[in-house]
Design a protein around this ligand. Structure first.
Ligand code: F6P
Length: 550
């Protein structure tokens, strides 16, 4: 029994049934499963919005899926889902509602937090963002010297960086090519240096993105950016007002920093950082793609929100993806999950998902305050295909680890490619389809021998197969499709957190490092004594100071 009165997850009959089922299933061979069920390639598919999801190449049977759904029922995933959509304070350790779904709700929706409908406020901010974005895009908003803004520099970190940076890359083809957006996140000064070195301050707009407006990296970079600007442009606060805007929940800190709160776009404490790029945090993206495209993206999010909220368990895609992850992580021993987009535009998608998934579900303490006795969130990793094929796919194909993977691809290349480059798309996608085929079905020793391979090389050229994958296919990477994809993963992460009985919306695990960094910094700069510093860190600090000639 858990401290909250629930039966411990791994002692529920549904969990036990899954463990037993796993024993009985043994090593499922996908070749045999497909031979026995020739319609599996179409039967094990779902559609949501513009996304076609093929889960046929998973190590599951109808029974597995039924038992997993029973686990979802037993852990009340849909009850928690409904509480989230209703605006209840399901982020219990921070006592907050979790309402990123309200950020993409239509204007006439009613979603209440503490009795107040939050939707009008969401749209008021979106409208202000749109008006501002239009002014920058049209050249009506000028810098202090009257020059048009050519470069937008978003300074933020974590959720205040990864989302807009990922989406800017993803939607490059939809951006105004006369405007460039750069993203600075790292407190390593070289990040800001490289971003600014070829820029004209008079044409540069800084967006300081920080939910709390206390994050040391962001405030440090923002302060340096302000100095850079003021060194180049006379004008003090008047110049700052034309070149700095803030995205935050914390008006007081924004004002303390010296940004006029008239130039602040707000969001709310019920938006988690890693769930925030469809809030004001997306301003840089909105400037790049324009308000209409941004709204199309929000509609894509909303479409999947509605699906997650209303689709029955059998056809609920985020539920399915979440359950498959539970199957591999908790019953087949997988430690990681690869996300492999076959679109260069999605080059930052997996990095974005790392925060979404790992900061949400990287927890060993349950909602009841006790240490959980089961595996929680996986290591999420991956880069775009086909590059990964020439790097780490060897390990996925022939290594000793079970690595479930998502393959994401598109039927159409982006419209602006030349015909010659568009012609490469079939080759890209041939690789996309070939990889999941090879991973699932492999190559038997007999097939290898039939090619005349010498006997001593047969084991090396054999592919065992049975490496599970989900294929997500859409016609084109549009703003709406991007929104659909992100919402899909958001809700997948939600499903898993609900089953594991952890709070997916706090992130206390990042705090200790921040506190220690503050304590150690004076030791580096001034050689100050840090009481209680361990022997290893003490020696490292001393060596660092020596190397820096201090
Ligand atoms: O330290 C982790 C974190 O709090 C993330 O959750 C968040 O996205 C990031 O820092 C940035 O926070 P902020 O937007 O408040 O600067």
């Amino acid at each position: 029994m858990n401290a909250d009165g629930r039966t411990r997850l791994d002692q529920t009959p549904e969990w036990t049934a899954l463990a037993k089922h796993r024993e009985e299933l043994g090593n499922l061979r996908l070749r045999e499963v497909f031979a026995a069920h020739p319609d599996r390639g179409t039967a094990y598919t779902l559609r949501v919005g513009d996304l076609y999801i093929d889960y046929s190449k998973h190590l599951v049977t109808d029974d597995t899926l039924r038992l997993l759904r029973e686990l979802a029922v037993a852990t009340d995933v849909f009850g928690l889902r409904d509480a989230m959509f209703r605006g209840e304070r399901i982020n219990t350790t921070e006592d907050r509602a979790v309402l990123h779904t309200a950020l993409r709700a239509p204007r006439d929706a009613v979603i209440e937090v503490d009795g107040e409908n939050v939707v009008p406020g969401v749209h008021a901010v979106l409208d202000r963002m749109a008006a501002f974005a239009d002014r920058v895009r049209s050249g009506e908003w000028t810098g202090h010297t009257g020059k048009r803004i050519r470069t937008v520099v978003n300074i933020g970190i974590g959720g205040s960086d990864l989302g807009p940076a990922m989406a800017y890359e993803a939607l490059r083809a939809f951006t105004d090519r006369d405007l460039t957006v750069r993203f600075v996140s790292n407190v390593d000064g070289s990040d800001l240096h490289e971003a600014l070195r070829d820029l004209d301050p008079a044409e540069t707009l800084f967006i300081i993105a920080s939910k709390t407006f206390t994050t040391i990296e962001t405030i440090t970079n923002a302060t340096s950016a302000r100095t850079w600007l003021l060194n180049a442009l006379d004008g003090g606060e008047a110049a700052v007002a034309k070149h700095f805007v803030a995205l935050s929940t914390n008006a007081e800190k924004v004002a303390d920093f010296g940004i006029d709160t008239a130039n602040m776009f707000e969001f709310w404490d019920w938006v988690g950082g890693r769930y925030s790029y469809d809030s004001a945090i997306g301003l840089s993206l909105m400037i790049a793609i324009g308000p209409d495209r941004f709204r199309e993206m929000l509609d894509g999010f909303h479409l999947v929100d509605d699906h997650f909220r209303t689709a029955p368990a059998e056809s609920n895609v985020p539920l399915l993806l979440g359950l498959l992850g539970v199957w591999y992580g908790n019953f087949l021993g997988a430690q990681s999950h690869a996300v492999l987009p076959y679109s260069h535009y999605l080059s930052k998608f997996t990095a974005y998902l790392q925060q979404l998934d790992m900061e949400s579900n990287g927890k060993y303490v349950g909602r009841d305050g006790r240490e959980v006795q089961w595996q929680t969130g996986p290591v999420v990793w991956g880069t775009p295909g086909t590059n990964g094929q020439h790097a780490y796919y060897q390990l996925i194909h022939q290594g000793t680890k079970l690595i479930p993977a998502d393959f994401i691809g598109f039927a159409e290349p982006v419209a602006e490619l030349s015909d010659a480059l568009k012609a490469q798309h079939d080759l890209l996608m041939a690789n996309f389809f070939a990889q999941t085929q090879a991973l699932a079905f492999g190559k038997t020793p007999d097939e290898v021998r039939a090619e005349g391979v010498p006997e001593e090389l047969v084991p090396h050229k054999t592919f065992k197969g049975d490496h599970p994958t989900t294929t997500i296919l859409a016609r084109e990477l549009t703003p709406s499709v991007l929104g659909q994809l992100v919402a899909l993963y958001e809700h997948k992460v939600f499903v898993q957190g609900a089953i594991w009985n952890i709070d997916s919306f706090d992130q206390w695990g990042v705090e200790l490092g921040k506190v220690l960094a503050k304590r150690v910094e004076p030791a580096l700069t001034e050689g100050a004594d840090v009481p209680g510093l361990d022997a290893s860190s003490r020696a490292l600090v001393a060596t660092y100071r020596e190397l820096r000639g201090r």
